[in-house]
Design a protein around this ligand. Structure first.
Ligand code: 0X9
Ligand code: ZN
Ligand code: ZN
Length: 402
């Protein structure tokens, strides 16, 4: 009995160790593996579903998928690639070094104010948002995260009756820092330099939720740069959080999801179990009951430079208005490319990547929002992935604002 007790204490200490200190990712590598046929895709998919590796990108049907391996996994992964005739390159030689470089380049100028030359913290975002004073912007709170951080929305409107409305959210996934940095930059641009956007704002109202998963984001800043999920607690599991982009009430538990709380694609206990996703739903429903008509929804993610269209839950299924979705997607990426020459691809989400159930984009489309897109921002093959240098925040955002 005493032994069992000791054992469980030791086990608890072990479990807790994962949650203590900072994960360094020393010696971790990221591999870009090329899929050239369906058999190879099956290999990648089964690795994804096995949950043994952290996939930096969702498996891609044809083309490149980025997979992180711990030092002790590197050999094994190389062997799997070799056995299946799959070509790969090392995208990141040492994730730990990349994180250290990022920390160094993210040092703040002394005034501690938001600047977009470094990735802003949640506190910086909050202090700046709550100080916005503009005739066209209105900042409010749509709910609170599990750890009680406010989830902000900024409404841009020139007033009068509700116009066609566009909804943008960002940083549903914690480690995708460029998403939130871009959303906050766009807010600042509309506040400080509204003139070029006067024509647009004459026709539409724009709602921006720049930081959905603030808990996960702060965890990724302080403790685990590769954190993706929320930070909610599950009874019966020592693992924390769920994938908020598997937590929406459309095709919940479908492809590309996991019922295992320890998985990076864990669905959560049920649709909208997370306060962050429920806040988005409640916000949309509440505005609609006041007469707001959302006709576009864009959700900012990273990375891979993709503009993903509905449906995303499984390949080969398209909404009746897919032709319109595609032409808007193509026009959007053309506009983006015109700014800084950054090439994007567009297409049906699951055709390009892999089917994903419970994602926000499909929920929005099913809810009746006409144009929906998941936007995976920079980079592609530059060797940074989520750890995108802060000097790319502004060029990335300028593309998105176009
Ligand atoms: O897997 C995801 O949630 C998204 N990729 S990410 O690397 N940012 O995690 C893609 C979701 C695309 N939407 C659907 N397939 N429904
Ligand atoms: Zn996502
Ligand atoms: Zn994402």
């Amino acid at each position: 009995m005493k032994f069992l007790l000791l054992l469980s204490v030791a086990f608890l200490a072990f479990v807790h160790a994962k949650e203590m200190g900072t994960r360094t990712y020393k010696g971790y590598q990221v591999f870009t593996v090329k899929v050239t046929n369906p058999a190879q895709f099956e290999v990648v998919k089964s690795l994804y579903d096995s949950d043994e590796y952290d996939f930096w990108t969702t498996p891609r049907k044809l083309g490149a998928t980025d997979i992180m391996a711990a030092p002790e996994q590197i050999k094994q992964l190389g062997k799997i690639f070799a056995e299946n005739g799959m070509q790969f390159v090392v995208k990141v030689k040492d994730v730990g070094n990349l994180i250290l470089e990022e920390q160094a380049s993210n040092k703040r100028s002394s005034d501690g104010r938001i600047s977009w030359t470094a990735y802003p913290s949640f506190a910086e975002i909050r202090d700046w948002l709550t100080s916005i004073d503009s005739p066209i912007a209105e900042v409010s709170t749509i709910g609170y995260t599990h750890e009680n951080r406010p989830i902000f929305v900024v409404k841009f409107s020139t007033g009068g009756a509700p116009k066609k409305s566009i909804l943008i959210d960002a940083n549903i996934h914690a480690r995708e820092w460029i998403a939130g940095a871009t959303a906050t930059w766009i807010i600042n641009e509309l506040v400080t330099n509204p003139d070029p956007y006067a024509d647009i704002l004459a026709q539409v109202d724009i709602y921006i939720i720049p930081m959905v998963n603030a808990d996960g984001f702060e965890w990724s800043r302080a403790r685990d740069r590769m954190w993706r999920k929320t930070r909610s607690i599950r009874s019966g599991s020592s693992c924390i959080g769920c994938d908020p982009n598997r937590n929406f009430a459309f095709m919940f538990g479908g492809e590309g999801t996991s019922p295992d709380p320890c998985s990076n694609t864990y669905t959560g206990a049920g649709p909208f179990s997370e306060p962050e996703t429920a806040a988005i739903r409640d916000f949309v429903v509440a505005r609609e009951s006041e007469g707001v008509k959302f006709y576009a929804y864009m959700t900012f993610h990273s990375y891979s430079q993709l503009w993903l269209l509905p449906w995303g839950y499984t390949q080969g299924v398209y909404p009746p208005d897919y032709a319109e979705q595609l032409s808007l997607g193509q026009a959007s990426i053309a506009a983006l490319e015109a700014v800084h020459g950054t090439a994007y691809q567009t297409g049906q989400g699951a055709d390009i990547l892999y089917g994903v159930g419970g994602a926000s984009d499909d929920w929005a489309k099913d809810h009746g929002i006409k144009y929906t897109a998941t936007i995976e921002m920079r980079d592609t093959e530059e060797g940074y992935g989520f750890i995108l240098p802060a000097d790319q925040i502004i060029p990335n955002a300028e593309g998105m604002a176009s």
